[in-house]
Design a protein. Structure first.
Length: 270
């Protein structure tokens, strides 16, 4: 498996606090069957602003050397979780290689948890005009998307992709987030599952449990694609192979009387 979203680099954000913790996170990931991790520190959010982004590569090389010394077979690749900002396009033109995933054309975009600003469609159009494919990080944790999945559907129809957090499938962010992630999954609005790992305890880099729960909705092969085939394509800068047609939430609710409790009845049989 590949973990496309993890805050494993020490001392850059609210993720790993030390090199020792980062090594332990990688050890946990290896035990999960994760072979590659994209290290994605927060950028342009709160205090996570670095004057020289080359520090990201320095920390990544330091961690890679430590893992090699410990014989932990997990490859650490580059990336970032890029917070929406007013000067994002300028930052991309200046620091593109640090912001995208493994020097590809894919980039994580993070929204505030409680709102989505009104110009997001225009911004996504600008990103795509710059050759950037936006991947919306954990949309299930955003209040606007969770309560209005049609808005997320519109962005996916534009060409955006989305990544759900593995912990969302277990309810660690609360019931509303758990309901939202299964709703999005049924609507084919999730393209990747990442750990969003921040530490070796409650937010460790684990994927297998979430994949098992996604299998109930999608099937085994399709769920595995969210942590294998699709992230592999991103790291190799290819089109993702598993891209089912997104379902319009409004039409599905009208035609099929979509209800979340039914999903949880199936999920809780596991």
């Amino acid at each position: 498996m590949i973990d496309l979203h993890c805050h494993i680099l020490p001392g850059l954000d609210d993720g790993a606090e030390s090199l020792e913790e980062a090594v332990e996170m990688a050890r946990i990931a290896e035990g999960e069957g994760i072979e590659k991790i994209a290290a994605t520190p927060h950028l342009f959010r709160d205090n996570f602003v670095h004057e020289d982004l080359s520090i990201i590569n320095e920390r990544r090389r330091e961690l890679s050397r430590a893992l090699e010394a410990k014989k932990i077979q997990v490859e650490i690749l580059g990336g970032a979780e890029v917070h929406i900002s007013h000067n994002l396009i300028d930052e991309i033109r200046k620091n593109r290689s640090y912001l995208v995933l493994n020097r590809s054309s894919y980039m994580f975009v993070e929204f505030p948890s409680e709102h989505v600003f009104s110009g997001v469609k225009e911004l996504f159009f600008e990103l795509m005009s710059e050759g950037i494919m936006p991947i919306i990080a954990h949309p299930e944790r955003n209040l606007v998307f969770a309560r209005n999945p049609s808005f997320l559907y519109e962005l996916v129809q534009m060409g955006a992709l989305t990544q759900a957090n593995s912990g969302s499938f277990s309810g660690i962010y609360g019931n509303e987030v758990e309901e939202a992630v299964f709703r999005f999954l049924e609507l084919n609005l999730i393209h990747f599952i990442g750990s969003d790992g921040h530490n070796r305890r409650s937010l460790a880099p684990r994927l297998s449990k979430a994949v098992k729960r996604a299998e109930v909705v999608l099937g085994k092969r399709e769920a595995k694609a969210l942590v294998a085939d699709n992230p592999k394509a991103v790291l190799e800068d290819r089109e993702i192979p598993y891209l089912p047609e997104a379902l319009n939430p409004a039409e599905r609710e009208r035609k099929f009387k979509f209800n979340i409790p039914g999903i949880f009845k199936v999920k809780n049989k596991m």
